[in-house]
Write a protein that binds this ligand. Structure first.
Ligand code: NAI
Length: 264
């Protein structure tokens, strides 16, 4: 297979690890890097999803693509993954911390357990990825790039998404702090902030309480709108590759995410 697409030369032979690569935006991102000739590690807690992404990535053109079944919120499992990747595949050139879960519900409908689950995956998953793979990049001394998937929810308050929005605001700030820390070592850090994109997360998110019912209606409206206008995960994947090539800091994706970012 031959690398293709606008970024073929940029990613040929590079090692790219994408978490949450078993579906949606993560899968589309893995495919986009595969098309650009990268070697791809597809990580997901859903083994079947990760395996399918790796298989398709090879068909698309990745010279090598592997699947790893890991829960990003599990620190020990992530440590093992980082060791295995370094030993078997090499130091990661581009890390995409994309795995995430959704949760809708007003503040008082959100239990402590709900908060823990959302923060464990959406925030701690990103922290583990940045610490472990960022350290390997820094020690190697040849630069690299980390992309964290935040959300427009990171800068757009909503009474129906307190836990999710808080987790994403933390990811956004973490990305900016790390960007400052790693700039001197040639390692870029980007935060991708999509608005509404058609994936499993938007069709299977948990809804609890009255505020969440409003959120459900809002998402249905957005879904109708985007079915007409079409905002597929592939366009978010394009934004991820562009963010790496241009070393962009904060990247609002989708028209309403860009609008809300200007207002914030
Ligand atoms: P998705 O549900 O299709 O994909 C998420 C993937 O992450 C799934 O394959 C899932 O198995 C995996 N995952 C979940 N928890 C995990 C864990 N603990 N360890 C490993 N893998 C795990 O949803 P989508 O939309 O592709 O989400 C990707 C990222 O984009 C998430 O961080 C989400 O918050 C973010 N996002 C999505 C938006 C949307 O409208 N779809 C908008 C803004 C941000």
């Amino acid at each position: 297979p031959v690398a293709s697409g606008p970024y073929a030369d940029r990613f040929g032979g590079q090692l790219v690890l994408v978490t949450g690569a078993g579906s949606g935006i993560g899968r589309a991102t893995a495919y986009a890097f595969a098309e650009a000739g990268a070697r791809v590690v597809a990580v997901d807690r859903n083994a079947e999803g990760a395996a399918r992404t790796a298989e398709m990535s090879r068909l698309i053109g990745a010279p090598d693509a592997w699947a790893e079944t890991v829960d990003v919120s599990d620190e020990q499992a992530m440590e093992k993954l980082a060791e295995k990747v370094a030993t078997e595949y090499g130091v990661v050139d581009v890390l995409v911390n994309n795995a995430g879960i959704g949760l809708s519900g007003s503040f008082f409908d959100t239990t402590a357990e709900d908060w823990r689950k959302v923060l464990d995956v959406n925030l701690w998953g990103v922290i583990h990825g940045c610490r472990l793979f960022g350290k390997q990049m820094a020690e190697r001394g040849q630069g690299g790039h980390i992309v964290n998937t935040a959300s427009a929810a990171a800068y757009q308050p909503s009474k129906a998404l307190p836990a999710y929005s808080t987790s994403k605001a933390a990811v956004l700030m973490l990305s900016e702090c790390l960007r400052a820390e790693l700039a001197g070592q040639g390692i870029g850090v980007s935060a991708i902030c999509p608005g509404f994109v058609h994936t499993n997360i938007t069709s299977t998110a948990r809804f609890a309480g009255v505020a969440a019912e409003e959120e459900k209606r809002r998402q249905k409206r957005a879904a109708r709108l985007y079915r007409l206008r079409g905002y597929p995960p592939e366009k978010v994947a394009d934004a991820v590759l562009r963010a790496v090539v241009r070393n962009q800091a904060v990247v609002p994706v989708t028209p309403e995410a860009r609008g809300a970012h200007l207002m914030s």
